[in-house]
Design a protein around this ligand. Structure first.
Ligand code: TA6
Length: 307
């Protein structure tokens, strides 16, 4: 157990604890919910319901977290893991100076419940917009993030419900930072021939030829990609499989050295140890939710031997 847990967290800890399978801990990243099953482990920060660690049974860490001091600034996401970009992806779509990637990745979500079966451990978090949020985004909505861990896989499901009386437009992403041995020997397979918006430079539309490799900043929104992609992490002798649902776009990002230095919280050479492959509704892939409608965005992560 980390630092002494404040009383309000102790109440949550008692409510969600499942002996040895789900437990609330405190530490440098703030309150974390640790899930385990059959030798696999995942950890999710209450702040932003942000996944910060995933170790499948018999494997090392698959999620990258910045070695730099974690940002505890309210409203700012920890660098790494899976920040939840919602209810918009990227810069403020209305150019009103609102935060990039929405406003829920740096604030505490409600830990609703955990559940266990013989093979899985589940945790559900919820964010419901408040009147205070309406200055940023004038809609009544909820986002529910459900994490399901089994021995070999981790599933993340993000369900948005329009709880208001008027339709709204949604873009979003599960902005996952995957740990790789070195970005120079990493490639993303499955996007050959897929069109993308190149966010580096003049925002041109291009078409992918072969696997995505990295020799500089890469920041691309791929449109109508296959549902399943493979990150070949040659330095670790592994392939990370990313399967998406409810998504017609995927973002591939590595900041490279200059942008990483500008971000200032990636740690020295941290950019060489990570790649983002983000299950998204981004770019042209915009979701319009009528009153009462819901939309599910989901990702399933697993490891395979090297291709
Ligand atoms: O998903 C890629 C991206 O949109 C990049 O353009 C970069 O801004 C990255 O997200 C990180 O954004 P953040 O706001 O977390 O620094």
């Amino acid at each position: 157990m980390g630092e002494q847990m404040p009383a309000d967290l102790s109440a949550i800890a008692e409510r969600v604890a499942h002996a040895g399978r789900a437990a609330l801990r405190t530490g440098p990243l703030g309150p974390l919910l640790e899930l385990t099953v059959a030798g696999a482990r995942a950890a999710i920060a209450l702040r932003g319901a942000q996944l910060v660690s995933w170790r499948p049974q018999g494997h090392d860490e698959v999620i990258w977290m910045s070695p730099a001091s974690p940002s505890r600034l309210v409203g700012k996401a920890l660098r790494g893991g899976t920040p939840i970009c919602w209810p918009w992806f990227g810069p403020d779509p209305e150019c009103r100076g609102r935060p990039a990637h929405g406003f829920v990745r740096g604030t505490d979500w409600t830990l609703e419940h955990t559940d266990v079966t013989d093979e899985t451990t589940l945790a559900a978090f919820c964010y419901r917009t408040t009147p205070a949020d309406h200055a940023l985004w004038p809609h009544a909505a909820s986002a529910r993030a459900v994490f399901v861990l089994d021995a070999k896989t981790l599933a993340i499901t993000l369900t948005t419900v329009n709880e208001g009386q008027a339709p709204f437009v949604l873009t979003e992403a599960l902005h996952t930072y995957f740990a790789v041995a070195d970005i120079g020997s990493t490639a993303v397979h499955g996007l050959d021939g897929v069109a993308y918006l190149d966010k580096v430079g003049d925002e041109a539309r291009r078409r992918q030829a072969g696997a995505v490799t990295f020799a500089g900043e890469v920041d691309r929104i791929y449109l109508d990609p296959p549902a399943s992609l493979a990150i070949v992490d040659a330095g670790n002798g592994r392939t990370i499989r990313v399967a998406s649902r409810g998504s017609r776009s995927v973002v591939v990002w590595n900041p490279w050295n200059e942008k990483a230095a500008r971000l200032g919280d990636m740690g020295a050479d941290g950019f060489r140890r990570m790649v983002c492959v983000e299950t998204a509704n981004a770019g042209d892939d915009v979701v319009t939710l009528a009153a009462g409608d819901r939309h599910v965005l989901a990702a399933l992560y697993s490891l395979e031997p090297m291709r």
